[in-house]
Ligand binder design. Sequence first.
Ligand code: 3H9
Length: 694
Amino acid sequence: MSEVSTGPVTVEMIDGVARVTMFGPPVNALGLPLRKALVEALDGIAHDPQATAVLLTGQAKAFSAGADITEFDAAASSPDLRELVAKVEDFPLPVIAAITGVALGGGLELAMAANARIADPEARLGLPEITLGLLPGAGGTGRLPRLVGPARALDMILSGKPVSAAQAHHDGLVDAVFADPAAKDGVRWVAHFALKGDRTRTRDRQEKVEVAHAAPGTVAKLAAVPLHKAKDPYAAQAAVDAITAGIEVSFETGAQLEREKFDERRQSPESAAQRYLFTAERAARKPRNLSTGVGRRVARAGVVGAGTMGSGIAMALAAAGIPVTIVEAEQDALDRGLARIVDNLATSVAHGSRTEAAASSERALIETSLNYGALAAADLVIEAAFEDLQVKKDIFATLERHVRPDAVLASNTSYLNIDVLAAGTAHPERVLGMHFFSPANVMPLVEVVRGAQADAEALATGFELVRRIGKTPVVVGVCHGFVGNRMLEVRSAQAERLLVEGALPGQVDRVLTDFGFRMGPFAMGDMAGLDIGWRNRKAQGLTAPVSDAICKSGRFGQKTGAGFYAYEGRDRQDDRFVAELIEGVSAELGIVRRPICDQEILDRLTFPMINEGARILAEGIADRSGDIDVIWVKGYNWPAYRGGPMWYADQVGLAHVAERLQHYALLTGDESLQPSPLLGQLADDGTTFGGDSR
Ligand code: 3H9
């Protein structure tokens, strides 16, 4: 066996098979050095008379995670990824990709240009470009449909979700699955392929696209549902256009369009926003004021409360293979929580997102009890009871009598002061907040609240648990509502003010859905139930004249068939009754209603949030403006292609935001709208929040 290394690529000759191994840690991103080394290695093999075939593989945890994201701010240097892909496709010898770890984006495009693909059972394959506001740009929109058919290809490209090796094998993306495909058995497979394999280029395979090719319009029909669900409508439409051309006209036409659309999207503000979020999310995993790697591995968890949040949290833990015990005060509540879990698992089996076996093993990991003693073995307990400080204090006091002295205690409170809760315990150093979002088994974010007295081990235990259950943890400090809900409260107050001044719920909600939110504040309130907010306001001695009046009229939202809107089933309609009620409130308050334009609505809903975000930064509640953006995108569905509120502010310009806030403060007499000191200072300096750097 001979071995030649050119920087990040090694070539070994094994029984006539040239094994080419990429080594560009951590994930073999296909940046210029790796592309150059690959081209050089392939050129060498092409001139090697001993070589009969190529096995292309990657060391480290990836075959390849695709194009190097950090190169996207400029046009690619030669050899670019498309040239590399063409080299593999037109190589004089058979090329087989042996996939271990992930093959994503350009990594999978490279593999699809090979003559065949063999994969490890743990491998995952996907085209996640859409999550970066892009479409596949190295032939993926043409080759994937030829391997898996147009419907599966549309689904993979528009969702961006990777598939397992087994699924890829079933779909035709992978030719064989076995352990260690880059080792001995893989070499043997490749040698056999060199003798007998079908070397038709992927681009020339027509079987799976023939029907759609013969019936123009088929791709558009197949695309309708995944297109509707896609989070980035611009990149999604561009991908559909390229896929359609590649099937209905020709591979070459599709490839040409794909190139043009890719370059257009690469330079778009929507892609810039999503690439920024990619980095911001990874930065959030390296918090400045919390050490990672010192947490205890949670072997068993506990949850107090079997309500919507408690049962959702238990499901999220069980889905990650963590045994969990739920404790409740009443049998009825426990039964309802368990029924919710069983229902949820059954639905996910029916929808195909879980196998029957996975659902039953998750169910088996969840135990229930009416007795706190059942939490004696837990390493960490998450309290998810009623949002009331005294209730939570009592629970923590009871918990302390039953859990191990070193167990970490977390509260899922969304507003309350963690330090006050911790102060009531004998061991405040082990208390922190873990604020999940509803539904907790689905939503990808958890605010990890850094209690003032919590020790490094307790914080890291909570933080690392969130990572382990596949969610994004963002560390925040203690204040009312933490980061997300504190900013949401500011937005809600403005939404209410806008109604009183002249807008109606339909207009306010439409402005936010036009901006890219899935729902506006009033439709959202109707869905969640208006009585909850009403009860909270009453408990805090607060009022919201329109919302209170709606609740007083017995309209609590969808569940009562009426709220800010009238409902027939889930169909929402503007309601004359609501318009009159709002006009009545304005009159009572002596406010002369005026027409409010969409731009003012958008500014009044977003700029005060940004102002609050600046206060949050100044107080050190969030470490970076990027953390705030991650919270809003992952927890509140702020459209990812607008990067989060702080990124949005940076794009609009902080001087403009500050000027508008001053203007609205003057217009409405609401002094809370005045720019905060930090916002004012950055605006004066002509700088930005700066994502990661602040
Ligand atoms: C594309 O391919 C376009 C083509 O179609 C056409 C071109 C013409 N580039 O996530 P992690 C870094 S678009 C550069 O923490 P994990 C990442 O920033 C690309 N860097 O690990 C982090 O750095 P740091 C399509 C990358 O185990 C480190 O690697 N591909 C890239 O949780 C570890 O990452 C994608 O969208 C990259 N492509 O997850 C895949 N990928 O340590 C994007 C990662 O400094 N990547 N890094 O913070 C992923 O989904 C995950 O990183 C992966 C590993 C699943 C691979």
